[in-house]
Design a protein around this ligand. Sequence first.
Ligand code: ADP
Ligand code: MG
Length: 228
Amino acid sequence: MVKQQPLLRISHVNKIFKMDGVEVKALDDISLEIQKGEFLAIMGPSGSGKSTLMYLIGCLDNPTSGEIIFNGQNISSLKEEALAGIRNRGIGFIFQMFNLLPRTTSLANIELPLIYSGIHKNERDKKALVALETVGLVNRSKHFPSQLSGGQQQRVAIARALINDPPLIVADEPTGNIDSKSAKEIMELLTNLNKKGHTIILVTHDPEIASYAKRQIMVRDGRIVGDR
Ligand code: ADP
Ligand code: MG
């Protein structure tokens, strides 16, 4: 039997930031394989390199050295425009601060990624409503972010991440700014998306949140120190 190609193969990746002549080694010889359909949590203390790793996995940045193969394609040194193409087709993002446009309704926030794809308004509305239904917020489609709770805002952000039906969803501390009851709802939502076939990669420093994932990776000082 032919082994299925991994979604991501990260080999000996380093990331070094230079600031005012000082070098910070944010990632130090990281090697990691992620299969399609996984639900993975990246854990570690603040400053350990979780977000930096997430940026590389999400095709938002290049490594300083090492190789990243995404869906069989070497993306290690792709330029921003090519990376953006991969992100638009294949990756949905969820951030700690929701990153919704403030003067824009739920529906319009969710449609944003579709505007760049040149899809007509009627079609956009239809898709956005389906995404809102997935996160249980159809009755909040005309609300602005300030009229929603933190947990609801994050669900709108999840609907936005889902709009292009991406195979991979990456979430950086998605429950970092919401109460524990909403956090549980968000994690149950992510669990359901994983059951439907989306690969989920989650960054968190909270062991309870990480326990929703099937696999947990521990990062410390830019190195992987545990994988279970
Ligand atoms: P975490 O998400 O685990 O808190 P980060 O990946 O954000 O950690 O940061 C890892 C290390 O890299 C930290 O020491 C941080 O200060 C540094 N770092 C991250 N991003 C940058 C950047 N853009 N410029 C300079 N240093 C950075
Ligand atoms: Mg971080």
